[in-house]
Structures are given as C-alpha cells and as structure tokens.
Ligand binder design. Sequence first.
Ligand code: GUN
Length: 513
Amino acid sequence: MPLTRRSLTQFMAAGIGGGLLTAGPGVRAGHDLGDRHPDRNGAGFRGPRMYRGWILYVVDTPPSGADDTEADQQRWLRQYRDGVLVVSTDGHIADVGNYHEVAPRYPDIPCRDYRGMLIMPGFIDSHVHYVQTQIIASYGRTLLEWLNEFAFPVEEQFSAPQAAAAVADIFLRYLFQNGTTTSVTFAATYPVSASALFEAASAYDMRIITGKTWMDRNAPPQLLDTPESAYRDSRELIRRWHGKGRNLYAITPRFAITSTFEQLRLAGILHAEYPSTYIHTHLSETRAELALVRELFPGFRDYLAVYEAAGLVTERSVLAHGVYLSGSELSRVSAARSTIAHCPTSNLFLASGLYDLQRANRRGVQTSIGTDVGGGTSFSLLRTLDETYKSQHLQGYPVNAFEMLYLCTLGAARHLHLAGKVGSLDIGHEADFVVIDYLAQGIQRTRMEYLRSTGGWTTESMLFGLEITGDDRNVAATYVMGRPVYASRLHRGSHVLPPSRASGVLPEGLVDT
Ligand SMILES: Nc1nc2[nH]cnc2c(=O)[nH]1
C-alpha cells in the first residue's frame, strides 16, 4: 500500500482541536517575580500570574506497589486540591501551595481560575520523530519494511527548509495540544531539518532535544551522509544550537543497521568532545533487527556492545525501545545510567514486542516514555500511558498510576539531567505546565460519580482513570515558560485571543491569562 503524500498546503490546513495562542521568547531576568511590563509585541501585559486549581506532581520515585496510604504519599507526591501556582515574569515557578495560604501573599497578581481542573508538570516525550508526523498510522508492516516503505520516503522531504519548517511548527502544535512541553526527537539526515525544529521551538521558548540523524548505509542514497560529513555537520549544529536558549543537542545515529562502525565511532568521539550533548538512538526493537545487527557486526557479543565500543552508551544516552535486551545488556545499560525510552504504542503497532518494565526496574535501568510517532500511534502521553499499562499488565506488572506519571514527568527530567528545571512544579522550576480537565469526557464523569458513591474516588483512582481514558480532549491549556501556547476550544475563556490561522503563521498579540 503506497504512501500517498499529501501536499504541505493540504497538511497545514488540517485542523487541530484547539489553537496556538502565543509564541516568542520569554524574558529572562532571574527568578524574582519581576515587574509588569508590556510584551515585546506591545499587545497586553506580561507579568507575574497565579493559576488556581488542583495541583499535582511527583517529587520523588513512587513505590511500585499500589497500596501506599495518603500519609505515605507525602514522601513522593505533592498535591494541593485547592492550590495555586505563582509564575514570575521570567517564566519560573515563584511559589506553590494551598490557595488560601499562598494567594494572600500576592494581592496584586492576577489569578487564572482553573478550579475543577488539574495543574501538572508538562509531559516529557522521551522519543519521537518529528519528521514522521505525516506518516502516522501507515498500515500493516513491521519495522524494517515500514522504514523502507514509509519512513525513508517521507524523510526525504526534509531537505527542503520550507517543508521542514512547516512540519516542525505543526509538530510542536500537536505536542502542545497534548500537553507535551519537552521532546526528545529525531530529525532527518539533513542538517536543515534539525535547524528547522530548533528555530520553531525557539519561537515558543520550548525545550527541545534534537539533532540531525546519521546514516551512511542501508537507506536510500538521497538520505545518506558519510562518517565525516555527519561529524562535521553535527559539530556545526552543536555550535549553533546546543545550549542556546532552551535548545539542547542530541547526537543521533539512527541505529546500528544504518551506520558503519566508523560512523558510530565518530559519533562517540563527537560526544566526548561535547559531553553535555545527548546520544539518541534505537536499540534492540525487533527480532529481525537483532538478526541483521548480528550479521553486520559479527565480532560483537551483542547489540549493545556495538554501541559500547563506539562510546555511545553513557549517562546521557537515550536508547529507544530495548525490547529484546539480554540480562547482561540490561545490567550494562543500568551501570552506564543510560535511559531506555519505552514506546508501547509503537511496539504494539509495528508488532515489535513487549518491553518488560518490571525486569528493567529490578536491574536498576532508567526508563522513560516515548510516543515514537510515526511508528507510535499518538502524540498523547496519556494515550501512551494507557498502552504502557496494558503492555506491562500483560507481563504481570500492572504499573501503578503514580509510577506512570513519574515516567513522563520527574523521572524523565532526572534521566535527561533536567531535574530542577522541568518535570516538577516546585519553586524555581521553569513554568512548563499543563491544565487537565480530568472530567472532559462523559465517561470520565460517569466513572467519577460511581466511584464517589462507592467511596472509591481518590487521587490515585482519578489519575489512573485519566491515564487509561485520557487524551488531548482532556488538555485544557498548555504553558511553556509561563506562557500559554495552547488552549482547547472547549476551555477557552473570553479573554483569550482567537486561534491562529491554519496557515501556520504565528498569531499577533498575546493572551492575557
Ligand atoms: N520505531 C522506529 N524504529 C527505528 N529504528 C530505526 N529507525 C527507526 C524509526 O524511525 N522508528
């Protein structure tokens, strides 16, 4: 079934449920609340803000069992049922706590009322391919066929700066629509494809981790680079983007099948030269891939050993999938403090296999969650947690609601060395947060009414219901560095500007929220 390529014009016209609200770099001036001042566009005021709602976030690793009492939960959970989040002008969290204790301290700061909704840290997607946005749900193939038939052809389009910029912008809007505020994403082999995403993310002051993909074999010739060109181009991109604003660079060899050892070795050398970059690659996703890696690298004891020999297994490595890792490989991933990005919607869609989270936990392996679009089937981390639960439950590990939240907020932030910045709503963090209407769907209200009547309505049951039934319909608003970047049509107030035009042009003016 050949992929029909939609023109970008058609693509951009495709609707998104809510709307982009505002973009542009925030003002950085320390962590004080700051003075009110006109926005750079001159429309509306930027100043400190308060947000009232049910504030919920994890502050430490939740235990695996599901039977902690609410008192035990104090160790690793923060929640303020009638809470308030105070955000400074420079987009950091200045205060957080119970509304009636905290709000009186800030009598002059306007408050947005989100009572009846949750306020949680923005989600962190630890593995996704922005360049595969258009090929989501491409039918009936397993990984290697799917790459040849769908992924490689669409990625060829990203040599054109305009095409890359258009998809980068719409990709970010899908992330915001789904409450995602940090993303570790593949680009294509073309350097311009990485620059386009850095540029688009910079316009929102969003934290993005990406890099050009390295591939010097086993892919269409148009997509190939060489060890030297990949090294040179990546080094140039690192110098241009890494650490600029909130942008971070990931050295991104696709996987062992599409790189010679010489290329992998150069990727490792580049990482050693720029140790604050990340390594982002795929590892041990399908049996067919494993067999091919064995053929291509006959001298190595296993798949991981290829990356180890190239210097690619470090505490800054994000290794996507890890479905078929041996005990020895898991122990070595754990010792290196690398992270496995678990991508259940993709693993099920491509029939790759089931990642064993409990086994990984027992070996001390750090796991985060990735949507892996376009192999994955949704940009929603909530949808992805639903599939996480099912994939793990099938293997005897019905992962609990708080562990799932941890995996795509604080846990991911820790694994990415971003703790203290994102993944939490404690004071001093960057104000990336999502407002969740946990009763947006009728079935969620029906469920709550039943649980309330039977005494089963707790934070945990609310959260679990959200993770299993939730999706972008539950995302009321998304904020990046304290600025609103998305508000759903359902939840938008009259003070909010109309959505941007579908052309992808950024809206003028600001939302006074
Ligand atoms: N899911 C997935 N696995 C890969 N392995 C190598 N490339 C890819 C890709 O694009 N998607």
